[in-house]
Design a protein around this ligand. Structure first.
Ligand code: PXP
Length: 241
């Protein structure tokens, strides 16, 4: 079955709106764990707009499931990852003005630097994923620098109009096949929802999705545990393996 990483950044967004203690990010993570999620994903941004250093430290201590740290490849955040030792890091592009992670990482143009980051993580037993757009050159570059996984940015698929959806899916599937052939693990995330997940879940070789906004948004109305469970049900029903 395809594994589910729940991104809980938006629980922290709500907390930071008042700079208080509620809603509790750790409690949210444990509810996701209880509901059957396989991983908790958090993005420690340079601007600390939602997740804080103390959240990452506490999650590492209390989680029974994996912690996946999304991060820009800056020296400051790399040092934090090396100290806290998440199970995986997912390298993402980061610009301070963006509302969310707006595109994939350009691995092609930063091969040498990113290869060094991958080596540093591997030296500490941390597996590395590259958050890339579904483009052949980015897949090839990710394999070349020794990444363990790629996570396809599914934003273009999620935002595609009716006449473009199939083209975006074809692009995902073609690059997915190339990823598997290169021996990398295949993940997907961004903009995935209960309504658009099925065609992505059917992508051959997909082993993990990371979903945040839709789960937290639905949790406001149906509760976090049910919001996680309904995604797990879809993955269970529709994944090819
Ligand atoms: N995967 C990565 C690498 C991301 O940066 C994000 C957004 O933070 C997600 C998954 C989750 O995206 P969404 O919140 O749209 O589900």
């Amino acid at each position: 079955m395809i594994e589910l990483g729940v991104n809980i950044d938006h629980v922290a967004t709500l907390r930071e709106a008042r700079k208080g203690k509620a809603p509790d990010v750790i409690m949210a993570a444990k509810v996701c764990e209880l509901a059957g999620a396989h991983q908790i994903t958090v993005h420690l941004r340079q601007d600390r707009r939602h997740i804080q250093d103390r959240d990452v430290e506490a999650l590492k201590q209390v989680l029974l499931i994996r912690m996946n740290l999304e991060m820009g490849a800056t020296d400051e955040i790399i040092a934090i990852a090396h100290r806290i030792l998440p199970h995986t890091v997912c390298l993402v592009p980061e610009s301070r003005q963006e509302i969310t992670t707006e595109g994939g990482l350009d691995v092609v143009s930063q091969r040498a630097r990113l290869a060094e980051v991958v080596r540093g993580m591997h030296g500490r037993g941390i597996k590395v994923s590259m958050f890339i757009d579904p483009e052949e050159a980015q897949v090839d570059a990710s394999a070349e620098i020794g990444a363990d996984f790629v996570e396809f940015h599914t934003g273009a698929y999620a935002n595609a109009g009716e006449d473009q959806v199939q083209a975006e899916l074809d692009r995902l599937y073609a690059c997915g096949a190339r990823t598997i052939a290169a021996g990398l693990g295949l993940h997907a995330g961004h903009g995935l929802t209960v309504r658009n997940l099925v065609p992505v879940a059917r992508m051959p070789g997909l082993s993990e999705v990371n979903i945040g906004h839709d789960i937290i948004a639905r949790a406001v109305f149906i509760g976090l545990e049910d919001a996680v469970r309904e995604i797990l049900d879809i993955l269970h029903e529709w994944s090819e393996w």
